[in-house]
Design a binder for this molecule. Structure first.
Ligand code: ADP
Ligand code: AMP
Length: 217
């Protein structure tokens, strides 16, 4: 199964991916997580990406497409779920073309829908583990011990691009460059719109309802 999970920053893509991948044996590929790993490792790619990421702009398509193609090559037979990619129509076209060269296609697109107000509340309250990438929220999804990761006890951080100012830029970027990706997929694929403003367990149920049907087809 090859799935794309769309949605504004903060819609809950990473949270849902982590909950559903094990059920189907899929690999979770988050372009944002891969970029942050490259930055932490101090690679050329990471250095090229940092100014764009810090300002809330998109990293250029050629860099991202190459990075994600390399990641997709390493995925298991069962497939993958893409989180944060594609983020422009050009990236979506390039992805389709590269899959088609291997006789493959995207089987389903899930679109997590939330209002701008919810995005701001979720991102300004998001706390992330710098070690394992686990994601929490100061009110909605708290860690068991205050400010510490449940998995490894590391001190949680507030990503600098989750500040109010950068979040506004990221929302603008999303509206201008990423929302058209939903329409692109609506032309060629089945897109499942999901109300992602509900609590995380309810959203997981909605996501699984759709994916279970696809798997049993
Ligand atoms: P994305 O990957 O789309 O940027 P995340 O999964 O990181 O979004 O979620 C953004 C923030 O919102 C995190 O702090 C997360 O804990 C919280 N969150 C995720 N889903 C929900 C939900 N359904 N209800 C409330 N808070 C949520
Ligand atoms: P995310 O963790 O998905 O919110 O991504 C963090 C930042 O990484 C974004 O604000 C962009 O600067 C960059 N980024 C992640 N994915 C992409 C992508 N598919 N295309 C361009 N830039 C991306």
């Amino acid at each position: 199964m090859r799935i794309v999970l769309l949605g504004a920053p903060g819609a809950g893509k990473g949270t849902q991916c982590k909950r559903i991948v094990a059920r189907y044996g899929l690999m979770h590929l988050s372009s944002g997580d891969i970029l942050r790993q490259e930055r932490a490792a101090g690679t050329e790619l990471g250095k090229k990406a940092e100014d764009y990421m810090d300002s809330g702009a998109l990293v250029p398509d050629d860099i991202i497409v190459e990075m994600m193609a390399a990641a997709i090559k390493k995925t298991p037979e069962a497939g993958f779920i893409l989180d944060g990619f594609p983020r422009t129509v050009n990236q979506a076209v390039e992805l389709d073309e590269s899959l088609a060269r291997n006789g493959q296609r995207i089987d389903a697109v899930l679109n997590l829908r939330v209002s701008d107000r919810v995005v701001v509340e979720r991102l300004t309250g998001r706390r992330s583990c710098p070690q394992c990438g686990a994601v929490y929220h100061v009110k909605n999804l708290k860690p068991k011990a205050d400010r510490l990761c449940d998995n490894d006890g590391a001190e949680l951080i507030h990503r600098s691009d989750d500040s109010r100012e950068v979040v506004n830029n990221r929302l603008k970027t999303y509206r201008q460059q990423t929302r058209p990706v939903v329409d692109y997929y609506k032309k060629n694929n089945t897109v499942y719109d999901i109300d992602a403003s509900k609590d995380a367990d309810q959203v997981t149920s909605l996501v699984l309802e759709n994916l279970d049907v696809l798997v049993s087809v």
